[in-house]
Write a protein that binds this ligand. Structure first.
Ligand code: F6P
Length: 468
């Protein structure tokens, strides 16, 4: 129950990962690191006069220490949820079940298994969602707007609605949504609880019409429809002004020089660039297989192309992610051992997260390879055409949300079709300059149709227009 209101925020955002993280430094002090992304940029659009609050979870020991010491950023409230509860909710349910369902990534002969252990973790997921709902309920002003993010917090809208019927509650899914026949592999009661939890919101946002339709289909089959809850589509675009400015700072120039050295040749080698967090959905392994097939089938590209694969670590607490990351390195090494020469390394892999290097790779890209198995949007597909110095050809999976907006000017691929992807890479590498320039221009225009600030404001305005 809400006894006392500690704050009176008018606009609240809730997400598992917050906009800032802390590490304990050698002298025992706390170093803060601010993150980027659409929400950070979007929230900045409302200005400091509107009282806003971002509620997030403490994710690391540094974050927990910050909460204990009362260190924090204005407008951010970190919840120090019991570490074991958080691990079960985040690793066990959010990343190992809900994320897998929505990306349709299970190898179904053996998984998922919904047993007693699953039920135990689900109880932790409920506890973790309740902690968010209670914090939001305690800090929201009368009639405030609350924007809840993602599958980590799917139960929050329903829980919060019970605590505070006066609030306007929105929820946004940054992932795809699974079609009903896949979604229904969840135990029936869990499927119902999950959908009803989300339907506690006034409005649910999705990145594409395809994901919204899939959600509607699940609701129709599992809980008889979406009731009074509205569904909306907001296709997050890239932040062109920020990217163009940031991509021309000196640190990016330094990284370009380093990459040039690794590419080698006399500046006449082409580059195929990919930049991903190494998530199981990104299909980096099949991308490498396609590149290997390109070198096999089109030997004219040997010594004339370099594949730059920036594969930054993600969710390394999960064994399946660690194994996948290892397979990416193994395959890249194998390709280099097989085709490499004294003056040519066919694949350049970097695994240390470095935003400046990502931008440097974008600027150098002749071809961008974005071939996810399934992806909510994929902002890399939108960012490369904006930043690339000489225009780039985009090889894009038809299973990425970005396909809806960029498909016409990309070379599109079925992400499972390695031979088809190799052919698409060849086509991209041989695209005439004028065609490449024209397509890049149109891709960049489509990619910036809904910049993060507008994306955020549109959701807020739509939510405020909702009758409760
Ligand atoms: O895969 C994309 C995604 O699941 C987003 O939906 C979400 O915002 C983000 O990743 C969460 O990532 P992390 O687990 O690193 O916090």
């Amino acid at each position: 129950m809400v006894s006392e209101r500690e704050h009176v925020a008018q606009i609240l955002v809730a997400s598992n990962r917050g906009p800032v993280s802390y590490t304990v430094n050698d002298s025992g002090g706390l170093d803060a690191r601010r993150g980027g992304g659409g929400l950070v940029s979007g929230l900045s659009a409302i200005g400091s006069e509107a009282q806003s609050l971002w509620v997030c979870a403490a994710l690391s020991e540094g974050d927990r220490e910050a909460v204990r010491r009362g260190v924090g950023e204005p407008g951010v409230r970190m919840l120090d949820i019991d570490a074991a509860v958080h691990a079960d909710a985040y690793n066990g349910i959010a990343n190992s079940v809900l994320w897998f369902v929505n990306h349709m990534l299970y190898q179904t002969p053996l998984e998922p298994v919904f047993d007693k252990e699953f039920r135990r973790q689900w109880a932790a997921y409920e506890t973790y969602n309740r902690a968010f709902a209670e914090a939001l309920a305690a800090q929201a002003a009368d009639g405030a707007s609350v924007l809840v993010q993602d599958y980590h917090l799917a139960l929050v809208p329903g829980m919060l609605r019970e605590l505070r019927p006066d609030l306007r509650i929105g929820h946004f899914s940054h992932t795809p949504w699974a079609p009903a026949e896949y979604f229904r592999m969840l135990p029936d009661d869990i499927a119902r609880q999950l959908l009803r939890g989300m339907l506690g919101a006034d409005r649910l946002g999705f990145l594409t019409a395809r994901w919204a339709a899939a959600f509607r289909g699940c609701c129709e089959q599992v809980v008889g429809g979406t009731g009074a809850t509205r569904l909306g589509v907001h296709g997050l675009g890239a932040d062109a002004d920020f990217l163009r400015e940031r991509a021309h700072r000196p640190d990016v120039g330094d990284r370009m020089a380093q990459l040039h050295e690794q590419i080698g040749g006399d500046g006449d080698r082409k580059t195929i660039v990919r930049v991903d967090r190494t998530e199981l959905s990104k299909n980096i392994v099949r991308g490498l297989l396609a590149y290997r097939e390109l070198l096999e089938e089109h030997s004219e590209w040997r010594e004339r192309v370099v594949h730059i694969a920036l594969a930054y670590p993600s969710r390394q607490d999960l064994a399946v992610y660690r194994d996948y990351t290892a397979e990416v390195s193994r395959l890249a090494d194998e390709i280099n051992a097989r085709f490499g020469t004294a003056g040519w390394t066919p694949v350049v892999v970097h695994v240390k997260d470095d935003f400046a290097r990502s931008l440097a790779a974008y600027r150098l890209a002749d071809v961008a390879l974005v071939n996810p198995i399934r992806d909510g949007m994929n902002l890399v597909a939108k960012e490369v055409p904006i930043v690339s110095d000489n225009g780039c050809a985009l090889v894009l999976s038809r299973e990425a949300g970005a396909y809806d907006e960029l498909g016409d000017d990309a070379i599109t691929v079925n992400p499972y079709d390695v031979t088809g992807t190799a052919t698409a890479l060849h086509e991209a590498l041989t695209m005439p300059d004028t065609e490449r320039a024209e397509r890049t221009k149109r891709l960049a225009a489509a990619a910036t149709a809904l910049p993060p600030k507008q994306w955020f404001l549109d959701q807020l305005n739509a939510l405020r227009g909702t009758t409760a």
